[in-house]
Design a protein around this ligand. Structure first.
Ligand code: ADP
Length: 219
């Protein structure tokens, strides 16, 4: 099977770090930007780096953009360029188009024109950090919907030594502990008899309000 090929359009902080991370993972990645200096910076990082305006259909055609498995549009402030690029990529039949959105208005348009995934790096990171600030016990979280998440919570003294069956969190709080991390070990789908130790990292899934109740009362 051939390796997947990615293209990143816009080499600002966001696009640039995606490009670096993909390259570090050994992926084939084509980097494109209007700015020649940016492109030069990525010439040794990406598999190919090209200077070009992604709002120009002929430029995208000439680099064979259709052949990439996934194209990331990481154009920052220029909403017009980001939207136009997405429309052209869609028209050219690119299989997967992921776009960085600047605000809700931008997101609405992107979803209307058929972007496959819309990301809000600043907003999402802001929320993550807010969670960490509000609760020292929440290490990380993944939003599943507006009201549901998966969270990593550090077990405190209140539940030290208690088994899952004793705590009965599913019935009492409506949350599920899907895995536990203890040092380097990970216990996936822990048995009801498994005991939690202080410092374990619990990976819980549920409604945000239920997780929050669980955390306030038990952690
Ligand atoms: P970030 O907030 O992630 O740092 P920036 O707005 O700083 O994003 O960077 C966006 C990048 O996208 C810039 O390097 C800019 O030159 C590039 N860019 C903007 N418009 C186009 C375009 N039409 N084609 C290609 N690259 C573009």
């Amino acid at each position: 099977m051939r390796n997947k090929e990615f293209a990143v359009i816009g080499l600002g902080r966001f696009g640039g770090s995606i490009c670096r991370a993909l390259s570090e993972e050994g992926m084939e990645v084509m980097a494109m930007d209007l700015d020649e200096d940016k492109v030069n910076e990525f010439s040794t990082i990406a598999s190919h780096a090209v200077v070009g305006d992604s709002t120009d259909e002929s430029v995208l055609k000439s680099i064979g953009i259709r052949n990439f498995d996934l194209v990331i549009v990481a154009i920052g402030d220029n909403l017009k360029a980001s939207i136009l690029t997405t429309i052209i990529l869609k028209e050219l039949g690119v299989k997967q188009i992921w776009v960085k959105a600047q605000n809700d208005y931008h997101e609405k348009i992107l979803s209307k024109i058929g972007a496959d995934r819309i990301v809000h790096p600043e907003r999402d990171m802001g929320r993550r950090i807010a969670h960490n600030i509000i609760s020292n016990n929440v290490l990380d979280y993944l939003e599943l919907s507006e009201e549901h998440s998966i969270m990593e919570i550090v077990a405190g003294t209140k539940i030290d030594g208690k088994s899952l069956i004793e705590l009965d969190v599913r019935a009492k709080y409506g949350v599920n502990i899907v895995a536990m991390k203890r040092g380097k070990d990970i216990i996936v789908s822990p048995q009801a008899t498994e005991r939690i130790l202080k410092g374990d990292i619990l990976i819980v899934i549920g409604a945000d309000t239920d997780i929050s109740r669980f955390e306030k009362n038990l952690i």
